[in-house]
Design a protein around this ligand. Structure first.
Ligand SMILES: O=C(O)CCC(=O)C(=O)O
Length: 200
């Protein structure tokens, strides 16, 4: 299967629409087996629920903090082991952590961010699998990026079973977000496998 490679300066993406076989079974299994959590963040003294459910799975020693939340890992689901191995072969390095996001409908979303936290191994790929409702992942250039600033944003439609690999130096030059899409009434689950530094 041939990957699609959208072109922008400093952006390195590989997108395989419909890559995952048995996407329906994965969606049903993850929806029910993952211990989903409603996290909240405090901004300017006010606490808000995140507009999605999340779950963080990681190897021992992999700690991660984003949106001000220290993620407490749960053990890996056994059913994910073969998928993780396949994705590690594809990107050529280990993937020791996984963030799962559950968007209940089009009112759930994710704000603009870069996945460039210091806990992430620099230059490691981020590998994303999408299940369920089709949603747009929007890439915007970082305003201070010498390579990307001034480039047009890129809208990538991610459908059921799609695989997206974000390779270096994407996180250095681009932000991404999953905007609300009010007319979407069904759920979407997204998995982003990452490589984190280990602190023992
Ligand atoms: O749901 C998506 O496709 C985006 C997820 C994402 O940006 C993240 O997990 O950092």
């Amino acid at each position: 299967m041939q990957a699609i490679n959208p072109q922008r300066p400093g952006l390195s993406l590989r997108h395989w629409p419909g890559w995952l076989a048995d996407a329906d079974a994965w969606l049903a299994e993850l929806r029910h087996q993952v211990p989903w959590k409603q996290e909240a963040i405090t901004l300017f003294g006010r606490t808000h629920d995140l507009p999605r459910l999340t779950c963080w799975m990681a190897d021992p020693g992999c700690h991660y903090r984003y949106s001000g939340i220290e993620q407490q890992p749960v053990p890996w689901l056994a059913c994910l082991a073969p998928l993780r191995q396949r994705l590690e072969s594809l990107c050529g390095h280990e993937l020791n952590a996984l963030l799962l996001n559950h968007y209940r409908d089009g009112n759930d979303a994710m704000g603009c961010h870069a996945d460039d936290e210091p806990e992430l191994v620099p230059d490691a790929s981020i590998v994303s699998i999408s299940l369920g409702a089709s949603r747009t992942l929007r890439f915007k250039p970082k305003p201070r990026s010498p390579l990307a600033a001034g480039s047009d944003a890129l809208n990538l439609e991610l459908g059921h079973g799609d695989l997206l690999v974000m390779d270096a130096p994407t996180q250095q030059h681009w932000l991404h977000e999953l905007p609300r899409r009010r007319r979407v009434q069904s759920l979407r689950i997204n998995l982003t496998f990452r490589r984190l530094m280990r602190s023992v």
